[in-house]
Design a binder for this molecule. Structure first.
Ligand code: ZN
Ligand code: ZN
Length: 752
């Protein structure tokens, strides 16, 4: 290895450079040295075998003097080959640069451009400063030199610089060519500078490049990226010749703007015209099929892929998996996924998000564990799907692991990922962690704010939710319709009736958002919770849109708390018309009768239910222990832990009874004997789950349960007492909201 230290008048600082890659013998190199070099110290490598154990100091000696030590080795004749093949690092490049200056080869424009291209584009680690220093030394740069620089600036995230160079070119009257135009348009696209893009488009028309395919393709891309899909299509339609790239630009433009139907129409057009398509085309079309649920076309493409032996393409097969999953054919997606020889992170993510969208969250997490076993690193898309499943299942440990992983891998806390984390923490009842993530996020959008406000509201922190809403408005973030659902439910949770009314009016008055059913439902909840049952009933009757079952059910639930039998009967009548087979509604009315002592009516409702063949949905509670999900069903004997669990439940009930718990059997089967009724409520799924957690976790550990139905009055009461007797925080997420049980109280203030 040979090191040479160069100090010269060429603006190169003193540096040690490794020249051995040039494979040039020292003497040949010296021959090339021009007399303007001030000093060269040659420091040969000090190995035993080295023949060059010496140090040279050269002072202004003429080139001729060195001829004496010249050997016959040639410097490569073709500098381009040398530059492109030998240069792997900036260091290599700078050495060649120095060499080219010495040999005056730099005055050859082609060589200079080769060097410039290497400095600006080919070697990924160079800074643009170095490329610029080369560029500035070119006396009269031609369009190709400009093109290299424009391309490089766009590639290296400085599209504004690219546009400045383009302007500069015009000022000094260098004629742009089609590469210049396409390069600059690309820069506009990066900057989403539609106005500038349109100006350059006008110049393109003037310069007669409007039929150039490359220029047109980038124009289509630019317009699509700036959201002006109509102009993109105009360019597309105006083209006399269109290759597959052109078509693909149009497809990706439509995909970016989520114009899925247009993609399918364009694909049909393509097939009618007999234009050949490629893998990229098919991937766009498959995405559209997934979004539109167009399984027919999706399957046609899959057949095409199979019969044309394209199954080797991971991207294409992954898109088919994704298409199946999005169309709801998760089993087909899984079968195909299992057949894939090579599965990259995109394939795994497609499968996980497929399960997640199909609400098969357990399966999604299983695939995620397989993915980890396969040593495939998850990306943002994976994480977002996994988090949403953790939120649904209440899988706190897995979700927390994801957060740790994100931190450890220093993954960027993007708006999507951060919002998913907040949603997960909020839905897991860890509202402080949700706020923490919110604070750490560098960028937030309206969804981020909304998810936090909603999370606070559902966790019984209505006041804080409204504080965040005010802060959001202060930051001039426009609320959307979901924000108002969050804000209204916050009002409902803290019983702020007047504020709720005001927000309800404000949403259409100040923000032009017409209330949807969900907003009306929130208002009914606000009024009902405050005991304004009659007003709530009237409010429903005056609604300009047809109330749905959820709204009547909200009222029915309010009737249960405020024991209003009359309105409850009305509500059920309306409910039966809308959803005749919903068992929970009958149960609620029967409970209301029972609570006011009308047990005969209660029994009648139960009988009616049985006659109509309405089956109760079995209550199911989920818990996560050591990353595993456990499911508990009411009165279930098949559970693998059953003996242990029933024993634990019995002990737990005994202990809370001595602390004053009296079983409330209103929610049990009314036709059963009193003893059976008591046993039946004792075996509600959340009681089994809590008892199991009490014996399986160490003292003081928070217990988290998610339940598919509403918590019944007896379980609610029992859980309050358990939280006190066992000194445990218990967080139950039921169908409607969170219950944070602590020291004998619940965050819902006994309204749910
Ligand atoms: Zn219960
Ligand atoms: Zn509660």
């Amino acid at each position: 290895m040979l090191f040479i230290q160069v100090e010269n008048a060429l603006n190169l600082k003193t540096r040690t450079i490794d020249l051995s890659f040039l494979l040039l013998p020292l003497n040949r190199f010296l021959y090339q040295v021009e007399s303007f070099l001030v000093n060269i110290y040659l420091i040969p490598h000090l190995s035993e075998n080295s023949p060059h154990k010496m140090v040279f100091t050269l002072h202004y000696f003429p080139a001729k003097t060195i001829t004496a030590i010249t050997t016959n080795t040639q410097f490569p004749e073709n500098p381009k080959a040398l530059i492109l093949k030998k240069c792997k690092t900036v260091r290599d490049l700078k050495q060649i640069h120095a060499h080219l200056i010495k040999t005056r080869l730099l005055f050859n424009p082609t060589t200079t451009e080769n060097l410039l291209e290497s400095a600006a584009i080919i070697i990924p680690t160079t800074s643009m400063d170095y490329a610029l220093s080369i560029f500035r030394k070119i006396e009269e740069p031609d369009p190709s030199a400009y093109n290299i620089m424009i391309r490089a600036f766009t590639l290296k995230q400085s599209p504004q610089e690219a546009m400045n160079l383009f302007k500069n070119m015009y000022e000094i009257s260098v004629q742009p060519d089609h590469f210049t135009f396409s390069g600059t348009i690309k820069a506009c696209s990066r900057l989403r500078a539609l106005k500038e893009g349109e100006e350059i488009h006008a110049q393109i028309l003037k310069s007669g490049f409007e039929f150039n395919e490359l220029v047109c393709n980038t124009l289509i891309h630019m317009y699509a990226n700036c959201g002006n899909i109509k102009s993109a299509r105009k360019v597309f339609d105006g083209m006399s010749r269109r290759d597959v790239f052109t078509w693909n630009s149009m497809f990706s433009g439509y995909a970016k703007s989520e114009y899925w139907m247009e993609i399918l129409n364009l694909f049909n057009e393509m097939r009618e015209l007999g234009v050949g398509f490629d893998e990229v085309t098919l991937i766009s079309v498959l995405t559209a099929c997934g979004r539109l649920g167009n399984i027919e076309l999706g399957e046609w493409i899959w057949e095409y892929v199979e019969s044309n032996r394209l199954k080797g393409s991971v991207n294409l097969v992954t898109s088919v998996v994704d298409m199946y999953a999005k169309c709801g054919y998760v089993v087909k997606a899984r079968r195909l996924f299992d057949q894939m020889d090579h599965r990259d992170v995109v394939a795994w993510s497609a499968m996980i998000s497929g399960y997640s969208q199909a609400r098969q969250c357990k399966e999604a997490l299983e695939v995620f564990h397989d993915m980890q076993n396969a040593n495939v690193e998850p990306n943002e898309v994976t994480m977002v799907s996994v988090l949403s499943c953790c939120a649904v299942l209440g899988a706190v440990e897995t979700g927390k692991w994801v957060h740790l992983y994100v931190k450890k891998k220093k993954m960027e806390l993007t708006v999507t990922l951060g919002t998913a984390l907040i949603d997960f923490y909020a839905k897991s009842g860890l509202i402080d962690d949700a706020i923490e993530v919110f604070k750490q996020m560098p960028l937030k959008n309206v969804f981020t704010w909304t998810v936090l406000i909603q999370g606070l509201a559902y966790n019984g922190k209505g006041k804080r939710a409204l504080e965040f809403y005010r802060l959001m408005r202060k930051k001039n973030i426009e609320p959307n319709e979901v924000t108002f659902i969050a804000v209204l439910s916050a009002c409902s949770h803290v019983g702020m009736v007047d504020e709720g009314r005001e927000f309800f009016v404000s949403m259409s008055r100040d923000f032009g958002i017409e209330p949807r059913r969900d907003h009306y439902g929130c208002m009914v909840d606000i009024l009902g919770r405050a005991g304004l049952i009659e007003e709530a009933c009237q409010f429903i009757k005056n609604m300009p849109i047809q109330p749905n079952a959820v709204i009547w059910r909200t009222l029915l639930a309010a009737c249960r708390v405020h024991k209003n039998v009359e309105v409850a009967e009305q509500s059920l009548k309306n409910l039966v018309l809308l959803e005749p087979l919903h068992s929970g509604d009958y149960t609620l009315l029967s409970n209301i009768y029972a609570s006011v002592g009308r047990s005969e009516d209660a029994l009648k409702v139960r009988n009616e239910m049985r006659e109509k063949g309405i089956k109760k949905i079995p209550g199911c509670s989920l818990i996560e222990l050591d990353g595993e999900i456990y499911e508990f069903f009411a009165e279930e004997n098949l559970h693998s832990h059953s003996k242990l669990i029933y024993k634990a439940t019995e002990n737990m009930i005994k202990r809370i009874k001595s602390a004053g718990y009296i079983p409330n059997t209103a929610d049990a089967r009314l036709d059963a004997e009193e003893d059976d009724r008591e046993a039946s409520v004792a075996h509600h799924s959340e009681k089994l789950a809590i008892a199991f957690c009490l014996i399986k976790t160490s003292a003081g550990t928070t217990i988290r349960i998610s339940k598919n139905l509403r918590v019944c009055a007896d379980c609610h009461n029992a859980t309050k007492i358990i939280s006190k007797v066992y000194n445990r925080e218990i967080i139950v997420r039921d169908r409607n909201r969170f219950h944070h049980f602590k020291e004998g109280f619940c965050s819902c203030n006994d309204y749910w």
